[in-house]
Design a binder for this molecule. Structure first.
Ligand code: LLP
Length: 385
């Protein structure tokens, strides 16, 4: 972890709570993923939804990645960061006609079609060549939290293979729409290779059954990171199990990682306001809440919480760490053991670079946490986002 003195000096400058992102870590992750896939014609299309911070996007633009976007807001943000349309992949299950027109006219790299209905809509409005991939729903259980499983047949995303086949036929007769690939994204925070294997094999079988000559295969995102329980996607196993399937496609490989690239680069620093003792429990009340980080409340997510104060000679207490929001769900940890903090001391909540600030709100009219960028070159600065 970047050392705690950096977080403490950021706290002095920016006040709490705040998010801090280590952009050098993000660079290392990007370089690592390109090295990992070096035997393939490969591109990372970073999933902007995980963290749309402008400084992060600018860094990714400099590194030459592509991006995956799911709304016009994200489209404008990546354009602002310098991404040209030919490096933008468009996702999402609800693209309006106006948005589609814009993507066609700008010439984005690829639009991932989420439904037959969307194809009909695009066919009606396309007035120049447009590249598409079909998002298939392979009906695979990703063994993750149900809120973030997306590739089961009861989920709203993608199409079954029968529908995909009808779409292929329709596209083959289209004047402007060109099928360049297949796409699937089965879920997020996936720590087992098995579900990926099942999904990609079924996609490959579909492609070969139809004799599709694909330019690209888009694997979606979903790589699970270690939030502190030691469980994460094993990349050695991934290489062993997945690379042979990818070779079978003989196509360019796209990967839409979000979390794996940015989550461990993010820190949420918050101040202890009170240590409240009731007859039943001890609560550490901090100044960040579910408005700043909703993952624990929404998914039961567990993030490591660590002291940024001297811990020697402090008694260990068992406490719930809670925020200021008027909801009992506003709880970051239950029954956490840690050296007793004093009022005004700081703790850090880790691995919040993905789906942290991006999902934050103004609930209870709390002030949005500022975002701070750390890099070896520039040390600390307020983000321009
Ligand atoms: N591609 C598509 C089409 C997606 O829907 C997603 C995430 C990704 C890529 C990136 O997935 P990642 O590599 O980050 O797992 N808010 C939830 C996660 C929602 C993920 C939504 N889609 C959370 O905090 O866990």
């Amino acid at each position: 972890m970047l050392n705690s003195s950096i977080l403490l000096s950021a706290a002095e400058r920016f006040g709490t709570p705040f998010y801090l992102y280590d952009v050098d870590f993000i660079t290392e992750r990007v370089e690592r993923v390109y090295r990992f896939f070096k035997q393939f014609d490969f591109h990372l299309a970073y999933a902007v939804k995980a963290n749309f911070n402008l400084d992060i996007l600018k860094r990714l633009n400099e590194l030459g990645t592509m991006v995956d976007i799911v709304s016009f807001g994200e489209y404008e943000q990546v354009r602002k960061a310098g991404f040209t349309p030919d490096r933008i992949v468009v996702n999402g299950n609800c693209k309006s006609s106006g948005e589609l027109k814009h993507y066609v006219s700008d010439g984005v790299f690829c639009i991932n079609l989420d439904s037959f209905e969307e194809l009909l809509r695009l066919e009606k409005l396309a007035d120049k060549p447009v590249r598409v991939a079909i998002r298939v729903n392979p009906d695979v259980d990703p063994k993750t939290h149900p809120h973030i499983a997306t590739g089961l047949k009861e989920n709203k995303f993608g199409v079954d293979y029968e529908t995909a086949e009808r779409m292929v036929q329709l596209i083959s007769k289209s004047r402007f729409i060109r099928l360049v690939g297949l796409h699937c994204h089965i879920g997020s925070q996936i720590v087992e290779v098995g579900p990926f294997k099942e999904a990609f094999e079924s996609m490959r079988n579909f492609a070969s059954k139809l004799g599709l000559n694909l330019e690209l295969v888009n694997l979606g995102g979903g790589w699970g990171i270690d939030y502190g329980d030691g469980r994460q996607l094993d990349l050695n196993e991934y290489e062993k199990e997945i690379f042979p399937i990818l070779k079978g496609f003989g196509a360019k490989v796209l990967l839409e990682l979000g979390r794996w690239i940015v989550a461990p680069a993010g820190f949420l620093v918050t101040k202890v306001e009170y240590v409240k003792r009731t007859k039943n429990k001890t609560f550490i009340v901090v100044d960040a809440g579910m408005s700043h980080l909703i993952r624990p409340a929404l998914y039961g997510a567990k993030h490591r919480i660590e002291p940024l104060y001297p811990t020697n000679h402090r008694p260990t207490i068992v406490a719930d760490v809670v925020g200021p929001v008027c909801e009992s769900a506003d709880t970051f940890a239950k029954g956490l053991k840690l050296p007793e903090p004093k009022e005004g001391e700081l703790v850090v909540i880790r691995d919040v670079g993905a789906y942290g600030y991006a999902m934050s709100s103004h609930y209870n009219l709390l002030r949005k946490a500022p975002e701070v960028i750390y890099s070896k070159e520039n040390y600390l600065r307020a983000s321009s986002a």
